[in-house]
Design a protein around this ligand. Structure first.
Ligand SMILES: [Zn+2]
Length: 500
């Protein structure tokens, strides 16, 4: 691991040059940019050697978009206070010049080793052109309000970040090692620095420099204590206390608190109900402050026939789409709902329901009893579960580079798990799995025999559930506390509005 020291990593951190004292009053942005004040702007800067309309560049842009959204969620989880930065969509910029115009030379050797030479004019030439073309990268370093992450195609292993000298903002620049790792074309293990996970960590690290964070050796800290050190341990590694003390309150303007809320849905007697639960500042739902239940919604508005059996709603890890699924009469249906920029659902933009899917495609036997879907592992994995015939099954679906589920790469279903391992008695009726937005805890809820039970499961540092450390199941919850009548049929939980 010591080969992966910061010395071998060409990370140029231009921090500590700020002309403003920490916490000094910051000038409000006064420049006519089209992005919200105090936000992060990813730019994909493509020299004329490549066309921005090519499929390759478009796929790379999608990979950058997905990685930046993951980094946004990572900051929220690892900073521990439900605060993260505002993120704009990636701007794909066709540069005016060929790569040589920016001081880049490809010498014919391997671009993933020593095949790219970048001279001292590079950084200045890129930010000067961007600024001239209307992007917030002032060469004079004298404007406030934007942290820009520039991916420069052709720039090899370049990686550096700069907090501005006399403005509250900055920029980072990353080259092909990052771009080609994020889009999957250089997998983890091919080089010591390669792969989507590592280079998402590298981008998170460079963005940390833009926010003024130094390498830990600048203050005698341990590289193993922070992504500002051992970024290749992303996403297990987070921020240390020194990082957090530098970000807050100095960078409060870049890190609005994100209120968010949990929406809980349930069906009983073929009527649907929902309620909202606010989140505490530590990312744990405040169930004591839940709203009343709204509803009922009639099942007649849904496709298919027969009783409601299961629901499982989840948001794609690109944050742009929610998938809703439901089962009734042993037939499954799905639809997608576009999300607003702040992470709330745009119900008016829901698709038609598609389906039906047939239960015969699933393992086990008996009628469908429960279904659920939850995104884990910092958005990299969808976990799907269902129960039929009092047997439970689960599988995982990796996310594509663009943050959509890669259904073709789903794992086989594992199981069956017998309902005898669950508390209570009677048939399984519903399952919910909720990853708290602090990323630390998953709440599981089940209903059987019209009694509800919950337990919590701590998450491993890599974002996967540690079932071995699950809590005991709660005492039974009575159905009489819920609105409506009839047996409970399904439940699902989704957390909305996590993005400022
Ligand atoms: Zn660095």
């Amino acid at each position: 691991m010591n080969l992966r020291s910061a010395i071998t990593w060409l990370c140029l951190a231009f921090v500590g040059l700020s002309g403003l004292a920490p916490g000094a009053a910051r000038a409000a942005p006064t420049f006519p940019y089209r992005w919200p004040d105090y936000s992060v702007l990813p730019i994909f800067f493509v020299p004329r050697d490549w066309s921005t309309s090519s499929g390759d560049v478009q796929a790379e842009a999608a990979a950058i978009r997905s990685a930046m959204r993951e980094i946004q969620g990572y900051y929220r989880v690892k900073l521990g206070s439900m605060r993260t930065f505002r993120l704009n969509d990636v701007e794909v910029v066709q540069a005016d010049g060929f790569k040589e115009a920016y001081g880049i030379t490809w010498n014919g050797r391997n671009i993933y080793a020593d095949g790219v030479e970048v001279n001292s004019s590079f950084e200045g030439a890129v930010v000067a052109e961007l600024h001239r073309r209307g992007y917030p990268t002032p060469p004079a370093q004298n404007e406030s309000g934007y942290s820009v992450v520039i991916f420069v195609k052709g720039a090899g292993g370049w990686a550096g970040g700069r907090e501005l000298g006399s403005g509250d903002g900055g920029w980072a620049i990353l080259g092909d090692w990052a771009i080609d790792s994020l889009d999957g074309s250089v997998p983890e293990g091919a080089y010591w620095w390669s792969g989507r996970r590592l280079q998402t960590g590298a981008a998170a690290h460079e963005l940390g420099h833009v926010f003024g964070l130094p390498h830990p050796d600048a203050y005698g800290g341990s590289f193993a204590s922070s992504v500002m050190g051992n970024w290749w341990e992303f996403p297990t590694i987070g921020f240390n206390a020194n990082d957090i003390s530098l970000l807050f309150p100095a960078k409060n303007a870049f890190f609005p608190s994100v209120p968010g809320y949990l929406l809980q849905g349930m069906w009983r007697g073929n009527q649907g109900f929902s309620r909202t639960v606010p989140l505490n500042s530590n990312g744990v739902p405040n169930f004591g402050a839940a709203s009343g239940w709204s509803g009922p919604v009639a099942i007649s508005g849904l496709p298919g026939a027969g009783d409601m059996q299961g629901q499982g709603d989840f948001i794609f890890s690109n944050g742009r789409t929610m998938m809703q699924s439901m089962w009734r009469g042993d037939q499954g249906f799905t639809r997608t709902v576009s999300m607003n920029a702040d992470g709330s659902p745009n119900w008016a933009a829901a698709s038609a329901w598609s389906g039906p899917a047939l239960l015969s495609g699933l393992p086990g036997s008996g009628s469908l009893q429960a279904s659920e879907a939850v995104v884990i592992a910092f958005g990299r994995v969808l976990r799907q579960s269902f129960w039929r015939g009092n047997q439970g099954f689960t599988r995982t679906v990796p996310m594509n580079m663009d943050g959509t589920p890669n259904w073709a790469a789903a794992s086989a279903w594992s199981g069956p798990t017998s309902s005898s391992v669950l508390p209570g008695s009677g048939d399984v009726q519903s399952l919910s799995e909720t990853l708290y937005p602090n990323g630390q805890t998953m709440l599981q809820g089940i209903w059987r025999g019209n009694q509800g039970f919950t337990r919590t499961i701590p998450m491993n540092a890599d974002g996967t559930p540690n079932f071995g450390a699950a809590s005991a199941w709660s005492a039974p919850i009575a159905l009489s506390g819920l609105p409506g009548s009839g047996s409970i049929q399904s439940q699902t939980d989704v957390v909305y509005r996590l993005f400022p």
